[in-house]
Design a protein around this ligand. Structure first.
Ligand code: KG4
Ligand code: ZN
Length: 370
């Protein structure tokens, strides 16, 4: 159940000048804790001492998606062990920590509450400052944690089960939203399509794997290109927005057209997955690079669970090479939800003077300000 992080370093002699932060993440169906430390290296200033993730995927799989009530109960069961393990793996005690960072939102409110309450209790008991972190700021900071400072301005695509958004980052730690999905998030589309064709939850990894054997033009699914203003917000031009409900509906129609009880062969399933993936990845890559060129970005970053997708990584890399813009993605363990990214974002916010007091509450729809 526990997954050991990759950043384990021996720590016989603690350098007392270094700042060390414990990160806690419980926004959805992963209970995660990590210890990240500042080091004297301008190229890679953050070191992941430990990163522990207890995934609930097996619990939710039988329901075909995340069941919020089950998720929060499982967080309660796992959080103590996960935090203890993160400290053990990092070879630190609470005395070696300087602060605690926790995901305040957005996410499932019951899940968030477990992390926030636990972090508040630890901060009070250990007399440490508490730093609230936005989940998407964590995903964006996973890029800086992995690669050190990115060439700025950067165009960052955050693409996960709950979000598909483009941010312009002119200064590290400041994120300007320039586009977002108008309906489903890309990961949500993967999960819904997988459910529809009986591939189970979560959909992204299995569709990604099956697509490798398929023809990506076997089925002509639409690639959404948003050119019109959002009906719900007509004053926003929204030319950098995404939409994935169209392709999801096209898959539904394709399946229905084959009649009740259609049981695709392995080849048909692979073709369907490859064609669906071409449509989603095409929309993500085209829009991200169009925005990068428009805003004069010096780098492109892609973070969030869907950034684990093999075709998205390959196509973005190829588009970056054509455009002469370097592309940054996190390691697979940093793509999906984890607490190292929350600790990293917490370090940045700690230095910006952000602190929470004991009135801190979880916020399921917290906006990303800066
Ligand atoms: O960032 P994340 O772990 O949680 C959220 O904040 O939502 O992202 C989870 C999402 C799920 O929708 C999952 O299907 C998708 O990321 N995902 C993938 C892949 N691995 C995970 N989507 C496409 N290809 C993958 N390889
Ligand atoms: Zn996430």
């Amino acid at each position: 159940m526990f997954e050991r992080g990759t950043g384990l370093q021996s720590c016989d002699e603690m350098d007392q000048g270094r700042m060390r932060i414990l990160g806690i993440e419980t926004s959805c169906d992963e209970t995660a804790a990590a210890v990240v430390e500042e080091v004297d290296d301008a190229a890679r200033p953050w070191l992941t001492r430990s990163s522990v993730v207890a995934s609930q995927v097996e619990i939710h799989r039988e329901w075909g998606g995340v069941v919020p009530e089950l998720a929060s109960r499982q967080h309660v069961r796992d959080i103590c062990g996960v935090v203890e393990r993160a400290l053990d793996d990092a070879l630190v005690t609470p005395r070696d920590l300087d602060a605690i960072a926790v995901t305040q939102g957005p996410g499932l409110v019951g899940s968030l509450l477990v992390g926030v309450s636990f972090a508040k209790s630890l901060a009070a008991a250990w007399q440490l400052p508490l730093v609230p972190v936005h989940h998407l700021a964590g995903h964006i900071e996973s890029l800086f944690l992995q690669h050190g400072p990115l060439p700025l301005p950067a165009m960052v695509l955050v693409v996960s089960g709950g979000h598909t958004s483009l941010y312009e980052v002119r200064t590290a730690g400041h994120y300007r939203a320039i586009g977002r999905t108008r309906d489903d998030a890309a990961g949500e589309a993967y999960d819904k399509v997988a459910k529809l064709v009986g591939l189970g939850y979560p959909g992204g990894p299995v569709i990604d794997r099956l697509a490798k054997a398929g023809h990506d033009r076997a089925v002509d699914f639409p690639v959404a290109r948003m050119t019109h203003p959002d009906r719900n917000e007509p004053l926003r031009k929204g030319q950098w927005d995404f939409s994935f409900s169209g392709v999801k509906t096209a898959v539904l129609r394709h399946v229905r057209a084959r009649g009740e009880g259609w049981s695709p062969s392995d080849g048909e399933m692979a073709d369907l997955c490859a064609s669906f993936q071409r449509s989603v990845v095409g929309a993500l890559v085209d829009k991200t690079f169009a925005a990068a060129r428009w805003y004069g970005a010096r780098s492109v970053g892609i973070a969030g669970g869907v950034s684990a997708n093999s075709r998205l990584r390959a196509d973005a890399e190829a588009a970056g090479a054509r455009a002469g813009i370097p592309v940054y993605v996190p390691a697979l363990a940093l793509s999906t939800d984890n607490a190292a990214m929350i600790a990293a974002a917490g370090l940045r916010r700690y230095h910006a003077g952000v602190r929470a007091d004991d009135s801190l509450n979880a916020d399921a729809s917290l906006p990303l300000t800066s």
